[in-house]
Ligand binder design. Sequence first.
Ligand SMILES: [Zn+2]
Length: 440
Amino acid sequence: MASTPELQHTVGKSAGFTGTALHTGERVTLRLHPAPVDSGIKFKRKDLQDEPTIDAKIENLKTVERATTIGEGPVRVHTVEHVLAALWAMGVDNAVVEMDANEPPIGDGSAQSYVDLIRKAGVTAQEEPRKFFHVRDTMHVESKTGTLIILLPDEKFRISCTQAGPNNQFSQFFSMEVTPAVFEREIAPARTFVYYEDVKPLMDKNLIKGGSLENAIVVRGEAVLSKEPLRFSDEFVRHKILDVIGDLALVGRRIRGHVVAVKPGHATNAELARAIAREQTRRSALATPRTMPSGDGGLDTDQVMQILPHRFPFLMVDRIISFETETKCVGVKTVTINEPFFQGHFPGHPVMPGVMQVEAMAQVASILLFKLAKTTSRIGYFMSADEVKFRKPVLPGDTIFIHAELTKSRGERLAKAKCHCVVNDAIVSEAELMFTFLDK
Ligand SMILES: [Zn+2]
C-alpha cells in the first residue's frame, strides 16, 4: 500500500507583531501571509516602492557575517535565519513574510516570538506533496576555523551538534529529530549568544542599536550576562541548531538526512545549503522518465519525422519523451549494433562516434526551434558547437536521453541551445549549439 504523501503547508491566516530591529533599533512590524503551493518562503519589503519580494533561496544569499542576509537586485533583508527556522521547523513550506523594514523584529533573540506568531496564524495543509532532498551519499563541508558539518543519509531530518567556545569553554552537545513539537519545546526558546569582545566594537560604532541584554546573552570571559537566567544549561548549542535549521531552509526542500555539526556558523551552514542545491540540480538534470509516455507529453517517431527532414541512417532521435517547457525537452535514441557507423567505428570495438551524439543533440534542439517558430517552412541550421565534451563511451544497447534547452534566441535569425546526453544516469556528452534559421 502506498503511504499518503506528506503535503505542503502554509499559514492559516495572516498574523503579525511589532518589535525592534536589531541593527537599526527601529520599530518593525512583521506579518505572515498564506502563499500558494510551490511558492516557498518569500520576504516582502512593504516599506519600499513596488513592495519587492525576495525568495528565501540559497541563490539569493548575500552575506553571512553574524547573521544571514538575502537579496535580489539592490533589495536586502537581514537576519532572516530565526524566522526561517521557525517557519520551516513548524512545518510551513509556503508563506509571505511581510516587513516594513530591512530586518525582522529581534524579539528576545530566540525564535519564540515567531513560533507564537505561527501558532496565532495556524498551519494548514495544501493540495500538493512536499519536495524532499534525500541524502544518498555522505556530504561534508569544513572551514579553517575548525567547523565541520557532515550530512549523512537518514529517513528523518536530524541534527546532532557540538558547540565549543574559545579554549573549549561552554562545550555542549545536543541531538534531536527536527519535528514541530521538539523544535517548539527544545530549540525555539534558545537565545542568541555573543562574545563581548565581538560585539564591543559594533556597539562602539553604533551598528547594533537594537541590541541589549534583553535579546542576547553576552559571554564575557567566564561570565554569562543576560536579563533572565539561562533557559537551558546547554542553551548555546540549542541556538546553534536553530541557526542551522534556518540557514538550511534556504535549500527550499525538506532534508531527509542527519546533520552532524561541530562548531557550525552561518558561513559553513550556507556552504552546505549550496552543496545540497548543486546536488539537487545535478539530480534533476539526470532525472529521466523510466517509461515512455505517449500522447500529448512528447512526439512519436512519425511526428519527429514530420518536423525533421533527416532519414535513416541520419535520423538520430527515436522520440521526444517530454517537453518540460517551451524551451526545454528530452529526446531518446536507442543505439543498436545495427547502426551503420559501428561497421567502421571500430570493428571489434564498437563505440558511437562523438560527432553522432552532437548530431543527435542538434536534432533535438531543432525540434525545440520548430516548436517555437511554429512553422515548417523554415528550418534551423546548425552553425557551431562550443564547449563540446565527450565524457564516456556510448556502446551498442545503450539508450541515450538527449536533453536540450534553448538558452538564447537573438532576433529572428539566431538561437543557442545547451544540450547533454545521458546514459545510465551519467552525462556522456555535452555541447552548446548555435543555430540560424533559413527558409526551406
Ligand atoms: Zn541565531
